[in-house]
Design a protein around this ligand. Structure first.
Ligand SMILES: NC(=O)C1=CN([C@@H]2O[C@H](COP(=O)(O)OP(=O)(O)OC[C@H]3O[C@@H](n4cnc5c(N)ncnc54)[C@H](OP(=O)(O)O)[C@@H]3O)[C@@H](O)[C@H]2O)C=CC1
Ligand SMILES: O=C(CO)[C@H](O)[C@H](O)COP(=O)(O)O
Length: 638
């Protein structure tokens, strides 16, 4: 079982942890453990010699308990009785990953506990020990508190009612393509779930109710089209994931939620929202003491169902509480680690998702250009092209986008290939364009990504393109090179462009990280992109390993990348030259080689730009033969 809860019953000596813990374990049908049984030999010896334990003695014991809790989380859960008097002890018990712990604090007055301890038969009671326990006790900031001035049955009933075990652990708003899949994913991870979809008379009726009816009866799911009832069905502090369209819809949902939520509740926006809007929303929600996690999710409908890649950004405290749901439903990398990690503060999660989509746009356009050359410059059939792509996968260029492209080319409608029936106008929802704007704002070069956006824009002017092609009647010549050599070069060009494109995307994240002080961990970002998301690939695995060696470095400067590019860029320039000469537009392939040559040129042409600026506008320039903090102006006409 995944995510089984461990209930920790804690409090001072004599508060009844063991009695309550055992009764709770029996009531819930899960095992009971006493933390004292986990002490190492040295601690037991020290205590039997009559010496109190200090924090150094406790450290290995608490770590051992944290490991045991993680094990119980993936078994059937447990109840643990443990004094856990200090916040630091409780933090150690939580471990480093997501924890599935419910804290139950047993509280009672000094007098009540003193009387109980004195009344215990065969028990030697030292008052000073109880005084010291009360002095050490740091009242918990989370969990539930139960006053022990009642019978054991009453205590168990109060625990169960306060834990809201019949309420949902998480809520999800928006049962569209992504919302439905994520809801099923949450259920398959054993979370108790409430779902909500809006009601629009005659159009959107009983969407949540019908979704719930479609699930098996044993699933712990509640469906609503009444927002207030939905909110009240979720245990506090609430975690609510919103999967509606970016822009106005997410704002409308947030506005409606605010008056219904309580302090400390958390909204997760899992849509493709703009990162600046996310910053504004989180500031607004913070004023109402509501947490906000701007969270990128990638993987499409299937990924959302089976495990997407998840990029949450926002307050660390919000992630520590609500991140466990995201980590549980995300894909796993090859070491079985979750493809969800805390990205950073502010809108960093949505920024990183935006760059993910930017890289995605350029990879898609690269494949489109590659297909186009094979189909028209080389006159290959879709089946032959699919085989060529499969061959590249075999050779090591495996990626999800390459795989699906090899697959979609085979789809037939009657006798025809479906690809030939699809209108050559690309849609877009904006994330590629946003990446381009962000690059302009940050002064970063983003040619492959921005060219892929422009390529989609040009594709949109279909009627003008048709008209122009009739006016110009340009010849698109066929390949007159050796076919095998050209395909080999194309494979190399594909590999080189893909590397350059990824480098460009990571450079944008690096600059944003520095400018906004987000401290992005590039290796972790690449790692969570190795599975679940649209741009997963063997290259991404390599990138994650490289950034692990040196974060905030440039991908193109790692020796392994230098070696690969050195053996592939000549082929890239040859493919681009041949393609352009024969009349084929290659925006991403050509921008990649252009960028590469610019990036690797010690001497650029920008001295001319500086001279021109100074000539017409006295904008000044720096000199190669003078210190760089000095600026010069020349009277060019004299
Ligand atoms: N599809 C994909 O592959 C991916 C999408 N995303 C992002 O996830 C988000 C959701 O996408 P997706 O599931 O595809 O979108 P859908 O269009 O399939 O679903 C949108 C959902 O939002 C609801 N909705 C729309 N407007 C409102 C409103 N004003 N008030 C309340 N609810 C509203 C819709 O309700 P109703 O049914 O009543 O219209 C529907 O449940 C988007 O931001 C998208 O960019 C992210 C990754 C991948
Ligand atoms: O986020 C996604 C995948 O990661 C979506 O699939 C993406 O929104 C598609 O974008 P566009 O419609 O602009 O091509």
């Amino acid at each position: 079982m995944q995510n089984a809860i461990v209930y920790i019953v804690f409090g001072v000596s004599g508060s009844g942890k063991t009695t309550v813990g055992k009764a709770l374990g029996e009531n819930l049908g899960i095992p009971f453990y006493d933390a004292d049984d986990f002490h190492p030999k040295e601690n037991i010896q020290k205590m039997s010699d009559g010496f109190p334990l200090n924090d150094i003695d406790r450290a290995p014991w608490l770590l051992k308990l944290a490991d045991a809790i993680s094990e119980w989380n993936v078994k059937e859960g447990a109840v643990l009785a443990c004094s856990a008097l200090k916040e630091s002890y409780r933090n150690t018990l939580k471990g480093i990953g997501p924890n599935y712990i419910k804290w139950i604090f047993l509280e009672g007055s000094f007098e009540l506990i003193e009387n109980r301890l004195e009344a215990r038969k065969n028990h030697f009671f030292k008052k000073e020990m109880l005084v010291s326990q009360f002095e050490t006790l740091e009242k918990p900031k989370e969990g539930i508190a139960i006053n022990i001035d009642k019978s054991i049955d009453q205590i168990i009933n109060e625990i169960k009612s306060k834990l809201n075990t019949n309420k949902s652990e998480i809520g999800l708003i928006g049962l569209g393509v992504m919302g439905k899949s994520l809801a099923k994913n949450l259920l398959s991870n054993n979370f108790r779930l409430s779902v909500y979809n809006r009601h629009v008379d005659g159009i959107e009726v009983d969407v949540a109710k019908r979704f719930v009816e479609d699930q098996s009866e044993s699933e712990p799911i509640l469906g609503f089209d009444d927002l207030e009832k939905f909110v009240n069905s979720i245990e506090q502090p609430r975690t609510i994931m919103v999967m509606v369209n970016a822009g106005k819809p997410i704002d409308l949902v947030i506005e409606a939620l605010i008056p219904l939520l309580s302090n400390g509740d958390c909204i997760i926006d899992g849509g493709n929202s703009h990162y600046k809007a996310t910053i504004e929303r989180s500031e607004k929600l913070a004023k109402s003491n509501i947490h906000f996690l701007g969270t990128g999710i990638s993987g499409g409908e299937e990924g959302a169902l089976k495990g997407p890649s998840i990029m949450p950004g926002g307050a660390k405290a919000a992630y520590e509480r609500s991140g466990k749901y995201l980590e549980a439903i995300a894909a796993k990398d090859k070491s079985d680690r979750s493809c969800c990690t805390y990205i950073g503060p502010d809108g960093s999660g949505h920024f990183v998702k935006m760059v993910h989509n930017g890289i995605e746009y350029a990879e898609m356009q690269l494949l489109a250009e590659t297909y186009h050359l094979l189909r028209f410059y080389l006159s290959k059939t879709p089946i032959e092209i699919s085989d060529i792509f499969k061959n590249w996968i075999q050779n090591g260029a495996q990626s999800y986008l390459l795989e699906i492209t090899a697959d979609l080319l085979l789809k037939k409608e009657n006798e025809d290939f479906l690809i030939d029936k699809i209108l050559d106008k690309a849609g877009q929802k904006g994330t590629g364009g946003w990446s381009t704007v962000a690059a302009l704002e940050l002064g970063v070069s983003l040619p492959t990504i921005s060219e892929s956006v422009m390529a989609r824009n040009v594709s949109g002017i279909k009627s003008k393109r048709v008209e122009a092609s009739e006016i110009y009647k340009l010849d698109k010549s066929q390949c007159d090179l050796d076919e095998e050599t050209f395909i080999n070069n194309l494979e190399k060009a594909f590999i080189a462009t893909s590397i350059i494109n990824h480098h460009i995307g990571f450079e944008l994240m690096q600059e944003a990280s520095t400018t906004n002080q987000w401290e992005l961990n590039l290796s972790e970002i690449a790692r969570i992109w190795t599975n679940g998301c649209i741009i997963r690939s063997t290259l991404m695995e390599k990138i994650s390993e490289l950034f692990l060696l040196k974060n905030q470095s440039s991908l193109l400067l790692f020796p392994a990348i230098v070696q690969t590019l050195k053996s592939n860029v000549t082929a890239l320039s040859e493919v681009v030259s041949a393609g352009l000469k024969s009349g084929y537009p290659l925006p991403v392939l050509s921008s990649a080689i252009n960028y590469f040559y610019s990036y690797t040129s010690a001497q650029s042409s920008a001295n001319i730009i500086q001279a021109q600026r100074d000539y017409f506008g006295a904008h000044t320039y720096q000199r190669v033969d003078k210190p760089l903090d000095q600026y010069f102006h020349t009277n060019w006409k004299s």
